[in-house]
Ligand binder design. Structure first.
Ligand SMILES: [Zn+2]
Length: 139
C-alpha cells in the first residue's frame, strides 16, 4: 500500500482535518504527493508571480491556518506538470472518494477542485487549470 513521505505528511498536517481525512484515504489506493498545504505571505506572492495562483496573499484558501486548500499530484509526476489525461484521472478519483466520505459523514465538508471551479463536472470549460488543487467548501 502506498504511503506518504515525511514531507508530504508534514504538508498535509497544515491542512484542514477534512483534507487530511480525504488524502489519507486516497493514498491507500492512489500513490500521490502533497505539493503544498499552508502557504505563507512570501510563498503566496511568489505563486502569484509565477501564475501558479490567481490570488495574492492573504486571499488564497492556502493562506488560512489550517489551510483550506491542498495541492496534490500523482506520485510519479510529483512537482511537475503531469498532463491533462493524468490530472483528470486523479482529480476524478479524489472527488469520488471525497463525495463518498462526505455522504458517510466522515468528512464534514464537500470539496471543490481546481479542474472544475464552477462544479458542473465539465472539466473542458475550465479556464484556470489547477489540476492538483482541492479546497474545502464552507458549510
Ligand atoms: Zn492550490
Amino acid at each position: 500500500m502506498p504511503q506518504f513521505s515525511r514531507l508530504s505528511k508534514e504538508r498535509l498536517k497544515s491542512c484542514h482535518s477534512d483534507l487530511q481525512i480525504l488524502f489519507n484515504r486516497v493514498i491507500e489506493d492512489y500513490d500521490c504527493s502533497v505539493i503544498c498545504g499552508h502557504r505563507g505571505e512570501e510563498d503566496q506572492n511568489e505563486a502569484f508571480s509565477n501564475k501558479a495562483s490567481t490570488k495574492r496573499w492573504p486571499d488564497s484558501k492556502h493562506n488560512t491556518e489550517p489551510s483550506l486548500a491542498v495541492d496534490v499530484s500523482p506520485y510519479e509526476f510529483s512537482g511537475v506538470d503531469w498532463g491533462k489525461t493524468q490530472s483528470a484521472d486523479f482529480s476524478g478519483y479524489v472527488m469520488g472518494v471525497a463525495n463518498e466520505l462526505f455522504k458517510q459523514g466522515i468528512m464534514k465538508h464537500r470539496i471543490r477542485r481546481g479542474l472544475d471551479w464552477n462544479m458542473d463536472n465539465d472539466v473542458d470549460d475550465t479556464k484556470f487549470w489547477d489540476a492538483g488543487h482541492f479546497e474545502i467548501i464552507p458549510n
